[in-house]
Design a protein around this ligand. Structure first.
Ligand code: AP5
Ligand code: MG
Length: 191
């Protein structure tokens, strides 16, 4: 089993690259943002609670997100690996994920971190807002909040995995296919 975290700030290309990676390697894609948006569109209680945080660019509470991931891992026994996108986002989530995977006798193999300058992240979010319907893309103050939450709360996840020498930083600027090739090279070197 090969488990990968695709790491990076909002707009760095995690979702874009995940789609290509699941097509090539058959990973089970686990995007907490997508799972939360699906709860919102189904108007569940969890979704309504999450929406109030997401619309402000804040993180949804750890317990909610960890519970969702726990359920998704248990529901997908037998897959040949998980691709975590947008999770873990706090040190507490990273520790919880390590424990969950350990209880399934597996672990994170590598964290691939996409490096993209802040001006480009904002430009991508503004552009995506035209078509995504994502309420957290449209407003400049929310875009900035998401980036500051990333710096203040989520960078700790990279520090956590760096201590185990599991983090590789890749250039996330440029052609989508070029970035994809560099991601695949890191996976192929380890799989
Ligand atoms: P989430 O859905 O995870 O969003 P995010 O991390 O903010 O990241 P994005 O989905 O905005 O960007 P991406 O990196 O996937 O980039 P993409 O490929 O789309 O989270 C949303 C919210 O949910 C959070 O703010 C939080 O409230 C909540 N949440 C989610 N997970 C949580 C958790 N674990 N804990 C707590 N709360 C959680 O690309 C962006 C755009 O750029 C696209 O338009 C794309 O076409 C374009 N693009 C991609 N690559 C390139 C390229 N190389 N060149 C030019 N354009 C490109
Ligand atoms: Mg995404």
């Amino acid at each position: 089993m090969f488990n990968l975290i695709l790491f990076g700030p909002p707009g760095s290309g995690k979702g874009t690259q995940s789609e290509k990676l699941i097509a090539k390697y058959g990973f089970k894609h686990l995007s907490t943002g997508d799972l939360l948006r699906s709860e919102i569109s189904n108007q569940t209680k969890l979704g309504m609670e999450a929406k109030s945080f997401m619309d402000k660019g804040q993180l949804v509470p750890d317990a909610v997100v960890i519970g969702m991931v726990d359920a998704a891992i248990s529901a997908n026994k037998g897959v040949n690996g998980f691709l975590f996108d947008g999770f873990p986002r706090t040190k507490a989530q990273a520790i919880a994920l390590d424990n969950l995977l350990d209880s399934h006798a597996t672990a994170i193999n590598v964290v691939l971190a996409l490096d993209v300058p802040e001006e480009e992240l904002i430009a991508r979010m503004i552009n995506r807002a035209k078509t995504s319907g994502r309420t957290d893309d449209a407003d400049e103050s929310v875009q900035k909040k998401r980036i500051s939450v990333y710096k203040n709360e989520t960078l700790a996840v990279a520090e956590h995995y760096s201590a185990f020498d599991k983090v590789v930083t890749l250039n996330g600027l440029g052609e989508i296919d070029t970035i994809f090739t560099s991601i695949c090279a890191e996976i192929d070197a380890r799989a």
